[in-house]
Design a protein around this ligand. Structure first.
Ligand SMILES: Nc1ncnc2c1ncn2[C@@H]1O[C@H](COP(=O)(O)OP(=O)(O)OP(=O)(O)O)[C@@H](O)[C@H]1O
Length: 349
């Protein structure tokens, strides 16, 4: 049994999710205390509880403490990870629905399923585009594209958009099992090839996505970046709007978004997304602050060393590194002054 301190460092949901993924993969039971102790409303929220149950389902784990608000969890895998056809719905964890980010549930089970024998199809329901988590657009265009270079074979298809606070989105994921992970080397990003974007509104007038798209294209072109942003009007369970930009460099990808809210102009939403992208562009780094912590898990499970340079060293990065190291699968060095991350899998030593 590995004891995990959920309050360590960032003290957020990622400590839990990385531990669940690694427990499912290694078969090592875990006990986590102080879950999300660093957050205003600590303990398991709907998204986290869905991730716990999803991870438990795929490896028939025994659970203790799997309730909303719980700050303690025991997770004891019963079998190796089973490929299969699964559905996970954040609404089942919280009556009345929740926009809990299904991207985070997806990230918890993706690598366990990719390393298992056999292929899987997973349907996920909840929030697809919510703040403080990777959007499904980011998962599809940035995260999975980068993981494909490490050997992961997975595709996602967005069926319905789900925004805060109602959620109600749907994604289908196909994961090919039995893959081997290879390391990644990303010290130089190369030249910018293009910026592509989606400006989307559900159950709102067509001028909203069009104004977001126009403003973003103008701002990015003024800054000297080639940009093309598509305006889309979609059906959804509730009104929602946002813009999601993906920048493709010769050797890497990144993505940033902005979300519409009451009394915020469409132009302002576009400006928020563009500001983040331009700030990242100026750093010259190949890996954005978020991908930086998300690459640690596949890199730790790979058969070769990985090394990458990041725009910013976040506490998410250093916390995730410490959690992963506790499982003894890899040594991780984060050089704060050079902003580089080196992951040395123990089997690759
Ligand atoms: N804009 C973004 N784009 C891509 N990834 C993001 C973005 N914002 C946050 N993330 C990622 O989402 C994850 C959030 O982890 P965190 O530990 O904060 O957990 P959480 O479960 O969202 O919950 P909480 O913060 O409420 O505990 C991190 O991997 C982070 O890199």
């Amino acid at each position: 049994m590995i004891d995990i301190d959920g309050s360590y460092g960032e003290g957020g949901g990622q400590v839990l999710r990385s531990s669940l993924s690694l427990s499912a993969i290694t078969g090592e039971p875990i006990r986590i205390v102080g879950i999300r102790a660093g957050r205003k409303k600590p303990g398991l929220a709907a998204q986290h509880l869905t991730a716990v149950r999803a991870a438990a389902r795929i490896c028939n784990a025994q659970l203790r403490g799997d309730a909303l608000g719980s700050m303690m969890l025991e997770f004891i895998p019963g079998t190796a990870v089973q490929a299969g056809i699964y559905t996970f719905d954040v609404r089942e964890a919280q009556q009345g629905g929740s926009a809990g980010a299904i991207a985070l549930v997806l990230q918890t089970i993706l690598l366990p399923l990719a390393l298992a024998t056999g292929d899987s199809q997973v349907t996920l329901r909840g929030g697809t585009h919510v703040s403080f988590s990777p959007t499904m657009t980011y998962i599809e265009q940035v995260y999975l594209s980068m993981l494909r270079r490490m050997g992961v074979e997975a595709e996602v298809k967005l069926g319905a958009w789900g925004w805060y606070p109602q959620g109600g989105g749907e994604v289908k994921m196909q994961v090919n099992g039995g893959i081997k992970l290879s390391g990644i080397n990303l010290l130089e990003r190369g030249d910018l090839q293009q910026v592509q974007g989606l400006a989307v509104a559900t159950e709102l007038p067509a001028h909203i996505p069009q104004r977001m798209a126009n403003r973003a294209e103008n701002l990015l072109r003024e800054a000297g970046l080639k940009a093309s942003v598509q305006a889309l009007r979609e059906k959804g369970v509730a009104p929602g709007a946002g813009i999601f930009l993906t920048a493709e460099y010769k050797n890497s990808l990144t993505g940033f978004g902005g979300f519409g809210r009451l009394r915020m102009t469409s132009e302002k939403v576009a400006e928020i997304a563009c500001e983040q992208l331009l700030k990242f562009h100026q750093t010259g780094a190949p890996v954005d602050e978020h991908l930086a912590d998300q690459l640690l898990l596949p890199a730790a499970l790979a058969s070769q060393q990985s090394q990458y340079r990041v725009a910013e060293v976040s506490t998410h990065l250093t916390t995730n590194a410490a959690v992963i190291e506790q499982f003894g699968l890899a040594r991780i060095r984060v050089d704060e002054s050079e902003k580089t991350v080196t992951v040395i899998p123990v089997i690759g030593d």
